[in-house]
Every structure is written in structure tokens, then in C-alpha cells.
Design a protein around this ligand. Sequence first.
Ligand SMILES: Nc1ncnc2c1ncn2[C@@H]1O[C@H](COP(=O)(O)OP(=O)(O)O)[C@@H](O)[C@H]1O
Ligand SMILES: N[C@@H](CCOP(=O)(O)O)C(=O)O
Length: 306
Amino acid sequence: MNEIKIFSPATVANVSCGFDVLGFCLDAIGDEMVVRKTKEKGIKITKIEGYDLPFEAEKNVAGVSALALIGHANPDCGFEIEIYKNIKPGSGIGSSSASAAGSVFAINELLGKPYNKTQLTNFAMKGEALASGSEHADNLAPGIFGGFTLVKSTVPLEILELPTPSQLYVTIIHPQIEIKTSEARAILPKEIPLKDAITQWANVGSLVHALHTNDYNLIQRSLQDVIVEPYRKSLIPYFEDVKSSALKIGALGCGISGSGPSIFVLTKGKQKAKDVEEAIKTVYSKTDIEFYTFTSAINTEGIKII
Ligand SMILES: Nc1ncnc2c1ncn2[C@@H]1O[C@H](COP(=O)(O)OP(=O)(O)O)[C@@H](O)[C@H]1O
Ligand SMILES: N[C@@H](CCOP(=O)(O)O)C(=O)O
């Protein structure tokens, strides 16, 4: 095989309580990429459609993660990459992660799959570091593995695949402002009060338990973030209004998707998700902020060949 086309899905990182460790994969939106072998060694980005992003491999996350992989594998060929970007950079649903994961997934397939999913995540973390200034894997892991994932540690990298309750749906609302992950990380405190840490790790533990036991009521009681959201919500206009309108209509939970500005809402059942989507639209409709919304199932497959 000399050429491959792949779909690399958008993802929601943090899931309220699990900053830098929890994430899940979306069905409704993702980037497409075409990667082909070249005689000339190295990585070339030959086409980018959708958004204005750097073509230099060292400045594009897809190139950086691909360079990390070939630096390890030392193949006797090079690769050219085409990126068809549907996920807006800086939107908070893992745009950089989709590119970073996509290139290494595709190259691994073209090389006959020498690496497993955890190793691919490790290469892709080099790309994520370029975008956000930190080697976090909470978008990469759900994109590569599918479903819900927990990054138990980054050094050494250990990823746990969590179950996805079948009636879980997500609605995303994206106010059209850009928040750079690096900037949203820079405003976070370096130390946190013990009482907040206790609340947060209890929520992470109970959310993981709830996913394993299909306990929607416990999911609802676990989707709470007392550490990061209080700092970041001020970056997102009308965040509290969106959250309260989603919760009023019976959502399981609502929080900042990744570093924002997208906001995610989890619901039990597709109809409830649609009802939530209508309700939260009314918040931004009353303002001059442009926005889009969509509702998605949880994607349990992750990145795939198309
Ligand atoms: N292939 C790429 N896809 C998306 N963003 C990229 C890519 N290559 C470099 N970047 C840069 O990464 C930043 C976006 O990443 P980030 O702030 O983490 O947002 P997101 O939440 O959308 O991943 C932008 O500065 C963008 O220019
Ligand atoms: N854990 C990271 C996740 C960033 O997600 P993104 O989709 O905004 O890139 C963080 O919260 O900083």
C-alpha cells in the first residue's frame, strides 16, 4: 500500500473533572487526511484545505508527530501529507490532536503497523506539545482508541480504555471566538487547595465507576469541575447561561470542552440531546456572537481508514 485516506475524529478532553486525563471521541465531525509514500525521505505537507495552517512540517502538528515517528522507525521512504481540515483550530474539540494523531496513524498503516496505539499516541504527543506547550494526551487517546479514555500516566504513557454507555449523546456549542490551548493553560493556578483536590478526585473516580456500571444518575453527579472551570469560564461569554439552560432541561452535565471555547453537554438519549441543542442555541441567539451547534453519538471506533 502506497497511499491511504483516513478520518480523524474530533474529541472532548477533560470531561469536566478529568483535566488532562479524561476524554471521549465524537462521531459527527473530524478531519480527513491523505498520506502517501514518497521516494524522497522526510515529511512534506503538500495540501491543506479548510483553514490556514503552516505547511512547514516542523510548524504543523501533523508534521511534528510524523517526524517523531519516522525518527524512530527510520523507513527507507518519505511521506507526503494532505490535510482536509473540518475541525476549526482553537475551537476546543481537539483540532490539533486530530492532525497529530492522523499523520502517525496513517504512516503506521503504510509501514505495515509496526507500532501499537499507545506508541502512536506517544509520537502524536510531540505534535500536541507544539500546539499547546504541553505533551498532554487527553484528546489524542480517545481519538486513537475511540470511546472514553483515561490517561493514567504520560511517562511512561499508559492509557486505559473505558466503557461507553450506549445511550450517551453529546451536544457541542461553539461560540465563534478562538482560545489557544496554550493561553488557557497559562491562566491556571500551579497549586490548588486540598479540599478542591478531594472533590475533584472523588468526581473522577465516581465518573469512571458510573461509565463501567451504566449509571446515568452517577454520571450526572460526577460531572463537576471545581478546579479548572472556575478559572477558564471567564474566557467564554455566557458560559453560565448555557450551562444553566442545559441543566434545566435535564442534561447530565455541561462543561468546557477541552480548553474551550466549545462547551459540551452530555445527555441520556438522542431526543434529550436535540432538546438541549435547541435550548442552548437560544442563549447565543440573543447576542451578537456567532456560533454553531451539533449533536453527536460517542464514537467508539476512533480514527479509521476511509
Ligand atoms: N494541523 C494542525 N491542526 C490544527 N492546529 C494546528 C495544526 N498545526 C499547527 N496548529 C496550531 O495549533 C494551534 C491550535 O491548537 P490548540 O490551541 O490546541 O487548539 P485545538 O483545541 O483546536 O487543538 C493553532 O495555533 C494552530 O495554528
Ligand atoms: N487538557 C487540555 C485539553 C485541551 O483540549 P483542546 O481541544 O482545547 O486542545 C487542556 O484543557 O488544556
